[in-house]
Design a protein around this ligand. Structure first.
Ligand SMILES: C[S@@+](CC[C@H](N)C(=O)[O-])C[C@H]1O[C@@H](n2cnc3c(N)ncnc32)[C@H](O)[C@@H]1O
Length: 307
């Protein structure tokens, strides 16, 4: 984009386009990042650039934002929202592959890394991959369709025990075994290829369930975590990549939405020879934010300084 207006502190981000996602814990994230002009910051889950727009404002002039996302659709939204500028670099990659991204840019170490895990509201609205089961579409659930297997393939091949483990561990679903059994029984007659088909099977296997949350919500979350190997990616970031690529005195800020993710972050920050935690307890949303942005209800932010 060449028409981005220049200013003494660098081009300012354009008005937000199309993205429906509202960044969670924005004020709290910026406080934890403690940014200054000139810093090099990685937004490891740049999404549509909600957090990154504010990060850019704080690190200009002289700073660099490296925005990473596994999903090319999200990177297109980020590019539109952040505008083309020499201080913004966007890369399709997992944050767990940050070494390769930074090596390619010849950046040995960075000042800050942010990851805001999980799914963007913009992906929920996408009918191509079945993220939002109410929107429908083929049951894929991968952020990056170039790698791994679609969720429909997992449902075609996994046995009852494997599916039960996924729904129980990643979906925290008390009905895990029953749903897994219904899938395996039903698939011999008709394979589950779409989000609508899976939502129907889950509904039928969850009799008498009431409440705000559709019974399929947890099952879709669990399958998404499984096909994207989300916990493995986080483990690699925490245990290996972030300690190596964040400079001494730099910071890592993680926003998680699942109890297993939060436990990994808490445990990693207990390694006191590597990290000095800035949050004893996770930071959560205010009642006002939770009312305005329901996604923030399960958000937990933890931050630490690299020693
Ligand atoms: C909650 S959204 C981020 C929203 C962003 N902070 C904003 O304010 O617009 C999470 C994003 O992380 C991406 N993502 C998930 N796992 C990833 C991974 N391992 N590496 C890079 N991006 C990932 C998803 O594609 C999604 O765009």
């Amino acid at each position: 984009m060449t028409d981005t207006p220049a200013s003494p502190s660098g081009p300012s981000p354009r008005p937000a386009v199309r993205a429906v996602h509202i960044p969670v814990l924005l004020k709290e994230t910026l406080a934890a990042l403690d940014l200054r002009p000139g810093m090099t910051v990685v937004d490891g889950t740049v999404g549509a650039g909600g957090h990154s727009r504010k990060i850019l404002e704080a690190i200009r002039p002289g700073g660099t934002l490296i925005g990473v996302d596994r999903d090319s659709m999200m990177l297109r939204l980020a590019a539109e929202n952040l505008g083309e500028s020499p201080d913004v670099v966007l890369k399709q990659s997992s944050y767990a592959e940050l070494d390769a991204v930074l090596d390619e840019l010849a950046v040995p170490a960075v000042d800050r890394v942010l990851v805001d895990l999980g799914l963007s509201s913009d992906q929920l609205a996408d009918r191509e991959r079945g993220f939002g089961f109410k929107a429908g579409g083929p049951l894929d659930l991968r952020f990056d369709v170039r790698h791994g297997q679609p969720a429909s393939e997992l449902l075609r091949t996994a046995d009852v025990q494997q599916l039960t483990d996924i729904f129980r561990d990643y979906g925290e679903d008390a009905n895990a075994h029953r749903i897994a059994h219904a899938i395996v029984q039903g698939r011999s007659k008709s394979p589950i290829e779409t989000a609508e088909q899976l939502a129907r099977v889950v509904e039928q296997a969850s009799p008498g369930r009431r409440g705000d949350t559709h019974p399929a919500t947890r099952v879709f979350q669990a399958l998404r975590i499984a096909v994207n190997e989300e916990l493995e990616q986080l483990k690699r970031l925490l245990g290996d990549v972030a300690p190596r690529r964040i400079r001494s005195g730099g910071r890592l800020v993680v926003i998680s939405f699942h109890s297993l993710e939060d436990r990994y972050v808490k445990d990693a920050f207990r390694e006191t020879e590597r990290w000095e935690p800035l949050t004893k307890k996770p930071v959560t949303g205010t009642p006002t934010e939770e009312r305005l942005n329901p996604r923030s209800r399960s958000a937990k932010l933890r931050a630490a300084v690299r020693r």
